[in-house]
Design a protein around this ligand. Structure first.
Ligand code: GLC
Length: 735
């Protein structure tokens, strides 16, 4: 569904009328987005607004201040042009949902839509009319702190969820009171920051750029995203915020985007730091001509565009183009007619109304990684004593995860809260942190933790990463459990008591120690406000785990990047060719081992693949079948399989569809996700899972960057994880 902005003639007419009336200073003013959040209406900010030298304010969320600043803009500036009020509303505003990586683990389009819709309602009520989300970077390097904000590694999954988040934020009509403008970011390739170190250089081949990194942005544009944010990153020598090829030829030309492009925070003034320019004036010129309409937080446009115009180094046409995109967004938001949020909300918004949606998302986001001897679910009510251990068991703020500027931790229900409320009367619940925080190497709390474990029938460990350890600029070179948590797990396991481990983190972690010692492991990302009820309901079996990994988990950090849709290479490893470092014979001849693509000490497969997630029931996929052995362009191929719940309780499975194009004019990935759906099954029930494929689903950018599908042999799989072996073959015929 293309929900591209309908910039109809009334808006076009208004914009032209304003451009004709505006002075150059007022035009340049519209291109500035400055931080707010200061004391109410600081005189400098108010003066700028009165003089028409501001287009928008970010991070001003105190409603009364927002109202007053907007009143000044509308009533006391010469042309009364309203302001944009921007904020990072990433996975909730007051009510916090799982971090985006956790939302992606739901593999549920509706949940992502609901998160964005809820966030929009709460943020709009506070006067926010523009959010800097969805973040659509490809998350294939868990060392990168911002992987927490991604929808994972897979372009198809990210694209599907991008559409939902854009539509959730923007509603059916951007001018509705509960709609806020979305901003797809960070265009483009930021996820490929070298060595997973934030803000680092990116070098992405054009074919990979088009076949991987651009796909989610194309989806967001098709969904009608109103704005786009440029990334900080150097892209093959030309930082994106000054990259005309990317911002004009690709974004506006190839992808057809016609909304507003805003820089990232000071990313224009940082062009001198990159060493692309020698002055702010050159930075302003590079960015303006590249296609950045609005400057966030730095002032190179304000201070230099007039001079550049005078020097003839940019034109009034350039400036009018930029201003037009800002004014058009404001008009689409209905700000000229209804500048004040407070006068449009029929009733106050209570975040508590939204906790049920946050709970559902949290439940569906949690991934069961291990369940030895069906240790879970546990009837906690029948226990005599329960030990709750770990630094993440009772952390109302930490469980919210990164990018929760406005998250209300007073709304948080922690796992310890919930356990004590539910079972405190009948079960002896003892709690020990074990370590002061997730980073700490202080083991002085181990003894107490071991003591309560010894006195209990079950130990539930809540470990992982505090919120600050992921998100922007928060990278880790070693992605094992931080601090001495691994040692804590080992000490608790030595008690011989059953151990259930719950991991809250903002990235995939290397979990070998935990997996070796815990009987069951639930990976919960950062689950948000309703972490407690969601996790306790999963532990007790009230809810059955259904989350699936949206990102591959490596066995060792050294394997990174490791992801599903990789190329076959000319020497793929197999179980036959792989040799473990311990099995190499002394004096082995140089070419006697190896010769294919693996690590001696880590093999060639991940700890857990894309799409992996266990349940409390066994699901069985069988009998894959195709509507035809051949697909003609323009026709539809149906792929079906039978899915059975072999368990004793109702449960949900995420059926996934993967394809492989065996031969292409450019090499193609060994497996690509091209479909998924959640299926609910009663005990013993069998359902037919059906997907459809057309030649468009098989298309890719070829050597000449033309989007084509090529005839030939394809493999197709259905399963509950990307390592499914349930496969069929078909042939795509020529046009
Ligand atoms: C930050 C982030 C960007 C965010 C912006 C405004 O540096 O890179 O994602 O939207 O600044 O907070």
């Amino acid at each position: 569904m293309t929900n591209k902005p309908k910039v109809d003639s009334p808006i076009r007419g208004l914009v032209i009328e304003l451009l004709n009336a505006m002075t150059l200073s007022e035009k340049i003013g519209q291109l500035s987005l400055v931080p707010g959040g200061g004391p109410s209406g600081t005189s400098e900010l108010v003066d700028s607004i009165k003089q028409g030298r501001l287009g928008g304010i970010l991070n001003e969320i105190e409603s009364a201040r927002v109202e007053e600043l907007q009143r000044v803009a509308v009533e006391e500036s010469r042309l009364g042009i309203p302001l944009l009020f921007g904020r990072d509303v990433i996975h909730g505003f007051k009510t916090i949902f799982p971090i985006p990586l956790g939302l992606a683990a739901c593999w549920n389009r509706e949940v992502v839509y609901q998160c964005a819709r809820t966030a929009a309602v709460e943020a709009a009520a506070a006067g926010i009319n523009w959010t800097y989300a969805p973040m659509l970077d490809i998350g294939r390097d868990p060392r990168w702190g911002r992987v927490a904000e991604t929808f994972g590694e897979d372009p198809y999954l990210i694209s599907e969820l991008a559409r939902e988040m854009v539509t959730g934020f923007q509603g059916e009509d951007l001018s509705e009171p509960d709609s806020i403008a979305a901003c797809a970011k960070h265009f483009v390739g930021y996820g490929a920051s070298e060595s997973g170190r934030d803000y680092n250089t990116t070098n992405i081949p054009m074919n990979e750029l088009h076949n991987v990194h651009l796909r989610p942005f194309r989806a967001a544009i098709e969904a009608g995203v109103a704005s786009m944010m440029t990334s900080f990153s150097d892209f093959d020598g030309v930082p994106v915020s000054a990259n005309h090829h990317l911002l004009t030829e690709v974004l506006r030309g190839t992808l057809g985007f016609d909304g507003l492009v805003v820089s990232d925070f000071k990313s224009i003034s940082q062009l001198t730091v990159h060493g692309l320019t020698g002055s702010d004036r050159e930075s302003a010129r590079e960015a303006a001509l590249a296609g950045v309409d609005m400057e966030m937080s730095s002032s190179t446009y304000e201070e230099n565009l007039e001079r550049l115009l005078t020097e003839g180094r940019i034109t009034m046409t350039d400036i009018d183009r930029m201003v037009s995109n800002v004014l058009t967004l404001k008009a689409r938001l209905g700000l000229f007619d209804r500048p004040h949020a407070s006068r449009t909300h029929s009733r106050p918004v209570s975040p508590r109304e939204h906790l049920a949606s946050a709970y559902r998302a949290a439940v569906e986001s949690v991934v069961l990684l291990k369940n030895h001897a069906n240790c879970l679910p546990v009837d906690i009510g029948r226990l005599k004593a329960l030990a709750v251990i770990g630094p993440m068991a009772d952390e109302p703020y930490e469980q919210l995860g990164t990018w929760v500027f406005d998250g209300d931790s007073a709304l948080s229900q922690t796992p310890l809260d919930t356990l004590q409320t539910r079972f405190g009367e009948t079960v002896k619940i003892q709690y020990a942190r074990g370590v002061p925080n997730t980073r700490s190497k202080d083991r002085s709390g181990f003894a107490e933790a071991v003591r309560i474990a010894r006195e209990s029938d079950l130990a539930i460990l809540f470990v992982g990463e505090e919120s600050i350890l992921s998100g922007e600029a928060h990278c880790r070179a070693d992605i094992r459990l931080p601090g001495c948590q691994q040692e804590l797990v080992a000490e608790i396991a030595k008690t011989g008591k059953p151990v259930v481990a719950i991991v809250m983190a903002g990235r995939p972690l290397v979990l070998q120690t935990l997996l070796d010692r815990a009987d069951s492991v639930l990976f919960a990302w950062h689950p948000g406000s309703m972490a407690g009820p969601a996790l306790v309901d999963l532990i007790t079996g009230e809810k059955v785990p259904s989350g699936k990994l949206p990102v591959t988990f490596p066995r060792m950090t050294g394997q990174i990047p490791i992801y599903c849709a990789h190329k076959n290479t000319g020497r793929p490893a197999t179980d036959e060719t792989y040799v473990h470092i311990d099995d190499i014979k002394r004096g082995a001849f140089q070419t006697s081992v190896g010769n294919t693509s693996f690590y001696f000490d880590a093999g060639y497969t991940p700890q857990f693949p894309l799409g992996f997630g266990l349940s409390y029931v066994d699901f069985e996929f069988a009998n894959i079948r195709l509507s035809s052995a051949q697909l003609r362009p323009g026709e539809v191929l149906y792929v079906e399989a039978d899915l059975t719940n072999r368990g004793t309780v109702e449960a949900e499975e995420v059926a996934q569809l993967y394809v492989r194009d065996l031969v292409g004019s450019v090499t193609r990935p060994i497996k690509e996700l091209v479909g998924f759906k959640r299926v609910t099954l009663k005990p013993g029930e069998t359902k037919t899972v059906e997907f459809s494929l057309t030649s468009d689903d098989l298309a890719f950018y070829n050597r000449n960057l033309k989007f084509v599908s090529e005839p030939g042999e394809f493999h197709v799989w259905i399963g509950g994880s990307s390592d499914t072996e349930l496969r069929a073959e078909f042939e795509l015929l020529a046009e």
